[in-house]
Write a protein that binds this ligand. Sequence first.
Ligand code: FES
Length: 104
Amino acid sequence: MHEGSSVTTIEGLGTPENLHPMQAAFIKHDGYQCGYCTPGQICSAVAVLDEIKSGVPSHVSGSLTTAPEFSAAELRERMSGNICRRGAYSNIVEAVTEVAGRPA
Ligand code: FES
């Protein structure tokens, strides 16, 4: 389905010496426990912020014609497909909120 598309994995976001801001925020806010879901959570979080910045609406956006703004509801809806068996959700929200430019 994605032949010819560009796919960015966690290895493509940053390096151990130069972390992507989302990777650094996940560490700062303990946005993981076992780490099993973490690569997907971080890649999705980066994509969520890009989607919102691009004006792509979600099911919780107030309008399909005006640009959505970052909110906890937008984040939770857009990240809803990412399941964490350890329940690190509150810390993940804090990390993504910080990267989005709002106080965590
Ligand atoms: S941190 Fe282990 S599943 Fe999410």
